[in-house]
Unconditional design. Structure first.
Length: 177
């Protein structure tokens, strides 16, 4: 019975370690997420490539690009960032105006809950850092939560091992070797 419990805990710890590694990868993208959000908040076009290839932001946009149904040149990036507005949560809609994923022009916003377009002029003032929801930035919060959970779990394990029953079993095991 103890072996099964110990195995479950090891599996859980392994999963947490994998999640932590994933979150650290996401954390490295935060400067690019902030750069993207700044372009959106300033209603600027995004140049995602230079003469030498894709920029770091361009590579991020290429990876998280989602085309809108029935619109071949309109794309969103819902995993990167969204904004909470009076109309609900919105993501920016960009037009890939050269069709190669290297030049983007802000075309409007997409309401995530209602699945409908929102004009830039309707929510222009609400697209600001205070209303930003950066899903990749939330990874930092998750990493800290995992770390604190692991720290809370360790003292419990140490307390359990110091119980007389476990100490006696450990001594018997050592003597039996």
């Amino acid at each position: 019975m103890l072996d099964k419990e110990f195995e479950k805990r090891l599996d859980f710890i392994n999963v947490l370690d994998k999640l932590k590694a994933l979150f650290y990868k996401l954390l490295s993208m935060i400067p690019l997420v902030r750069e993207f959000a700044k372009f959106v908040e300033e209603k600027k076009d995004i140049r995602a490539a230079s003469p030498y290839g894709y920029t770091p932001l361009g590579r991020l946009l290429r990876e998280y690009r989602t085309s809108l149904p029935q619109h071949d040149r309109l794309v969103t990036f819902p995993e990167i960032a969204s904004w909470q507005t009076s109309t609900g949560e919105v993501v920016p809609v960009y037009e890939d105006y050269n069709g190669r994923g290297t030049e983007y022009r802000l075309a409007g916003f997409w309401n995530v809950q209602k699945e409908q377009a929102v004009k830039v002029s309707e929510i222009r003032e609400e697209i600001m850092p205070e209303n930003r929801i950066c899903t990749l930035e939330l990874a930092e919060v998750y990493v800290k939560a995992v770390e604190s959970f692991m720290e809370d779990m360790e003292p419990e394990e140490r307390t359990r091992e110091n119980r007389p029953m476990y100490q006696r079993q450990n001594e018997e095991y050592i003597q039996g070797r």
